[in-house]
Structure formats: structure tokens, C-alpha cells
Design a protein around this ligand. Structure first.
Ligand code: ADP
Length: 207
């Protein structure tokens, strides 16, 4: 629900003065106290302000916190995503491990002819490394999670929806992609970023 200009003014005055009586707010706005009655009713019903007898009005901090969280959830992931680390699928498991250390990431997105074809994570690499096989000779496409099983997102998706996907699929990150339509049935995905649990954690730290 969109607040009226007067209701926003009331919120601003209360924010500035913290506890303030209805009379004093009316004075600041050059109106009578009774002219503001319905606005106070709306704002208290929305739980944006708290009214205390003899003390006056103050801001409901819980409501403010809730709406800040809601606003963050509504942001598009393109504002918080990181740079993706990609490898072509013919690269060896050994080289993928080296890249993971060098780039300090927990998963790498895999491409075929520059389009998304899979993803590998730390566990995928560990699993193949504890066998007795020569990991310099195993290409990563043999061990990756491949399309169409890769969970991905688009730049304009909302943080709250993509965060839900991370939790639902129990993964740490996902590629952010743009669609390239080759024909009606054939769609390829160009990788433009990565969205990770760390992106979300950083948002909270910067709040
Ligand atoms: P870790 O290996 O560090 O636990 P993840 O939890 O991200 O990392 O990965 C767990 C499994 O999920 C791995 O097998 C990996 O290939 C797969 N995986 C990782 N990211 C995705 C994704 N975006 N879509 C589908 N599968 C994924």
C-alpha cells in the first residue's frame, strides 16, 4: 500500500523527533490534530508507528527492519552477483582443481563452445581425486553436473527467489545467464555472472 504525502511527512517528523505528541505533529504540519486522526489510524494499523499514552508517537523499529529485509529481497541479483569463473569442458580435473585454488572459488561453471554446459563443485573434484585414476587425463565433462540439471538464474531475477533456489537445491552457487535463442527448441545460455551464498552474506554485513 502506497502512503500519502501527508502520511510520509508524519513518518519523517516522528523519525526526526522520536517520541512526539499528535498535537506537536499537527503544529509542524500546520493543520489541526483532528485533521490527522485518520492518518494516525492508518499508520498505527499498518504497525509503522506506535502510539503511547502521554508519551506520543514513535517509529515501530520491528516494522522498519522487516521492510528493509523485504526491499533487499526484491532487488535484482545483477546488483550483487560476482564475476563467474568458467572453464571449457575438455579441461582436465587436475587443471580445474588448480583453477579453483587460483581463483578462490568453490565451484566452476563449465562451458561448451562458450555456452553453459555444466557445473563442478569442490565435492565433485574430491570424489574423483580419491580414486586411483590419473586426474590429469580425466576431462571435467565426465564428472560435472550437466545441463539440463544445472540450476541457473537470470540477471533480473529477485534475490529472494534465487536465494530460495540455493536452499531448495542445496547448492552454494549458480550461474547467472542470458538466453541465446538459436531456434524455437534450441536455447543456449551465455554466462554473465555467478550468484552465491557469500553474495547474500555480504549484503547482511553491509546493511
Ligand atoms: P560443495 O561441493 O562444496 O558441497 P555445492 O553444494 O555447490 O558445493 O555442490 C553440491 C553438488 O551440487 C555438486 O555435485 C555440484 O556439481 C552440484 N551443483 C552445484 N551447483 C549447482 C547448480 N547451480 N546446479 C545444479 N547442480 C549444482
Amino acid at each position: 500500500m502506497e502512503l500519502t504525502k501527508r502520511q510520509k511527512d508524519i513518518i519523517e517528523i516522528i523519525e526526526r523527533s522520536e517520541s512526539i505528541t499528535g498535537e506537536d505533529i499537527a503544529k509542524e504540519l500546520n493543520v489541526t490534530r483532528s485533521a490527522l486522526r485518520s492518518d494516525f489510524l492508518v499508520l498505527t494499523n499498518l504497525e509503522m508507528i506506535i502510539s503511547r499514552k502521554r508519551v506520543g508517537y514513535s517509529i515501530n523499529k520491528d516494522h522498519k527492519k522487516k521492510s528493509t529485509l523485504n526491499e533487499i529481497g526484491e532487488l535484482e541479483i545483477k546488483f550483487v552477483m560476482s564475476v563467474a569463473v568458467n572453464l571449457e569442458e575438455t579441461v582436465s580435473v587436475y587443471d580445474a582443481i588448480v583453477t579453483m585454488f587460483e581463483k578462490d572459488v568453490g565451484s566452476i561453471f563449465i562451458t561448451k563452445d562458450n555456452y553453459l554446459s555444466g557445473v563442478i563443485s569442490r565435492k565433485d573434484l574430491l570424489k574423483v581425486s580419491i580414486g586411483k585414476r590419473d586426474i590429469t587425463k580425466i576431462p571435467i565433462h565426465l564428472i560435472m553436473t550437466r545441463m539440463p540439471n544445472v540450476v541457473f538464474a537470470f540477471e533480473n531475477d529477485k534475490i529472494k527467489d534465487v536465494a530460495r533456489d540455493l536452499v531448495k537445491h542445496q547448492i552454494d552457487s549458480l550461474p547467472v545467464v542470458r538466453e541465446k535463442k538459436e531456434s524455437e527448441e534450441k536455447i543456449k545460455y551465455e554466462i554473465v555472472g555467478r550468484f552465491t551464498k557469500t553474495n547474500i552474506t555480504k549484503l547482511f554485513v553491509n546493511m
